[in-house]
Write a protein of this length. Structure first.
Length: 379
């Protein structure tokens, strides 16, 4: 499986940015055992502004980056949740710009229609998607939770599950002034004991009235008819013999209403599933695209702050090949060591400088941002 880790980097241009690209390719890709698969990122002529503006923008974009990545991951996580048993199709549903994610990353281009190059660089943002996700997920979850609650009642042990879908009207004596029908749970090991002795539990039990209604792996459900006046006595003796009388009163209207409610909820869930998935897929793609544009924008800002004006650097996306992250890092260090003598010592600066150091404070002579597009696991 291809790595889902990418390194977005920039290095100052030589005489031309093409020469910078060629050297990068020669050091990392055009070798016997490639250390990475590289894509050249062409940045538009973005509005630079003053040094103070860039420093402020750098700080702002850290927060925007984290927020948009968080929204993107929440959408992916909820899409996986909505797919339920079809979670294996999550990757097929995660697209950006009409492409699967690896293709989008390798063929990325600045979207001038959504993000005009001459606009204020703070213009990239996700406004209402996070709020809309909360509203849509709450509506869908309410239906799903209600349906699951009803389904749980119709599953599980006979000791606790709803019995209304297991019995029929014919199993009961109804509208009698003197008689009633009870439902009794009997362990399978005690079925013979029940059949031989239920009439002896107390007086006034209708002979041969017991009927097995249903059974699962552990228990059997029996009906038994008796006189109303001995109900409490029957329950007492049944409990002494480890027969469990379930409190159940047959009501045809309630049984029908329960079945209709499940049918309605299933229909509502199916009706909402399609539009919800379309919304999730569309907005995942939009958020992912915005997130990568923000990463590129951060790369631009940090590169200008690092390398100075006029703007002259080459941006590239590197996808490390399997188990070659360390070798790739060494190759980049050798290639760009001359840019800053501090890097030659691999010094730990003790704090994080966005685009310059990692979160562990490790310093690189080139601008670097990691991108992880693994949305199948919690990140």
């Amino acid at each position: 499986m291809a790595s889902q880790e990418y390194w977005l980097i920039s290095a100052p241009g030589d005489k031309t940015c093409q020469q910078t690209w060629d050297k990068l390719q020669a050091a990392t890709c055009n070798i016997e055992k490639p250390l990475s698969v590289n894509a050249k990122y062409q940045l538009p002529d973005l509005k630079v502004g003053t040094l103070d503006t860039l420093v402020g923008l750098s700080d702002d974009m850290v927060k925007v980056d984290g927020f948009v990545e968080g929204v993107t991951r929440k959408i992916a996580q909820y899409m996986s949740d909505v797919l339920e048993e079809q979670k294996d199709k999550l990757v097929d549903n995660m697209k950006a710009g009409g492409h699967d994610l690896p293709t989008y990353m390798s063929k990325w281009q600045w979207d001038h229609a959504k993000y005009p190059a001459k606009q204020n660089l703070r213009g990239i943002q996700i406004s209402t998607i996070d709020t809309d996700l909360k509203v849509k997920s709450q509506a869908f979850n309410a239906i799903r939770n209600s349906l699951q609650s009803l389904e749980r009642k119709q599953a599980g042990s006979l000791l606790s599950r709803d019995l209304s879908d297991l019995v029929k009207k014919e199993d009961f004596v109804l509208d009698s002034e003197y008689l009633t029908t009870l439902l009794v749970i009997v362990s399978k090991a005690s079925v013979n004991d029940w059949n031989n002795n239920y009439e002896k539990l107390c007086d006034m039990i209708v002979p041969r009235s017991s009927k097995k209604v249903y059974e699962d792996n552990e228990h059997a459900l029996f009906s038994v008819t008796l006189f109303n006046k001995v109900i409490d006595e029957f329950k007492h003796h049944a409990r002494d013999n480890r027969f469990i009388v379930r409190d159940f009163k047959y009501d045809e209207a309630e049984v029908k209403a329960g079945k209709n409610e499940i049918t309605r909820l299933e229909a509502d869930k199916k009706k909402q599933f399609g539009p919800l998935m379309r919304w999730l897929k569309t907005n995942f793609g939009d958020c992912l695209a915005a997130w990568i544009h923000i990463k590129v924008l951060r790369l631009f800002v940090e590169s200008v702050l690092r390398y100075g004006l006029p703007v002259n650097f080459q941006a590239a996306l590197l996808q490390p090949t399997r188990k070659n992250q360390k070798k790739l890092r060494e190759a980049l260090m050798n290639l760009y060591r001359h840019l800053d003598t501090t890097a030659s010592t691999n010094v730990d600066v003790g704090f994080d400088i966005p685009g310059v150091t990692t979160q562990q404070g490790e310093y690189f002579p080139y601008v670097y941002f990691p991108i992880n597009i693994d949305f199948n696991s919690a990140n």
